[in-house]
Write a protein that binds this ligand. Structure first.
Ligand code: URA
Length: 235
């Protein structure tokens, strides 16, 4: 059981002082009864709370899919650049949000933003091998030899060995390859192609585990991930 004002504020839409004002205005109900005090204890999972006629469907954590544009950094704050957190609209915003994994500033596509540290740890742990799928626009098309190197595990220029990865060409003009990797080393995709004497001209993450980026999201747009979709990530 937690204080009502704390529960409502944890959902991000109203601050605790706003909740107090809403109570004074008679706009908050608990199981159908008007609430008179902010410190009343509630069971967030069971009690029905409404604010100004709208249900507060309590969620312990939130999971957001962002279609990241170029030039935005995968960080919670940055003195110069816009961050992925700056792109979260107020209706989805809450304290403690962070990107679960990073994309380079010039990489676009799927970034998962959450306030669930355990979940992020699980999907990012190299032990769990969550597959990430990228579309890489290249300098030149891949040879059979290049494809074989990916499937055997590429050695980066600094000697780091990568796990085996899958790659296939999606188009020839311009040369675009689909790459699936199970790990997340620094600049990994770019460095894998660099090790083969190729260059990534543009990079986009299109899938995390079994969950595809919703292509109806414009760059810079976010939406909440459903519970069913969330399961696809770790499948
Ligand atoms: N690999 C890269 O090189 N950059 C990214 O942003 C993601 C994977």
């Amino acid at each position: 059981m937690e204080r009502l004002d704390k529960i409502i504020a944890s959902q991000g839409r109203y601050s605790r002082s706003e909740v107090k004002k809403l109570i004074k205005a008679g706009l908050i109900t608990l199981n159908g009864e008007k609430v008179k005090s902010a410190d009343i204890k509630v069971d967030a999972e069971k009690d029905l709370i409404t604010v100004d006629g709208e249900d507060i469907s309590y969620k312990k954590h939130i999971y957001i899919m962002l279609n990241k544009p170029q030039g935005v950094v995968s960080a919670t704050d940055d003195p110069i650049h816009k961050t992925v957190i700056d792109l979260v609209p107020s209706k989805l915003f809450r304290q403690g949000l962070f990107p679960a994994g990073r994309l380079d500033g010039d990489t676009t596509g799927f970034v998962l933003i959450t306030d669930d540290g355990d979940f992020a740890h699980r999907i990012l742990s190299p032990k769990n091998h969550i597959m990430k799928t990228y579309h890489a626009t290249l300098d030149r098309t891949l040879t059979q030899e290049d494809i074989k190197s990916f499937t055997e595990g590429i050695e980066l220029r600094d000697g780091t060995l990568c796990l085996e990865a899958q790659v296939k060409m999606l188009s020839e003009t311009p040369p675009v390859a689909e790459v699936k990797i199970h790990e997340g080393k620094y600049h990994q995709v770019k460095r894998m192609f660099a090790a083969l004497g190729n260059k990534v001209v543009a990079l986009r993450r299109v899938k995390m585990g079994g969950l595809e980026l919703d292509e109806s999201l414009e760059e810079g747009e976010c939406r909440e991930i459903t519970a069913e979709e969330l399961r696809l990530i770790s499948e």
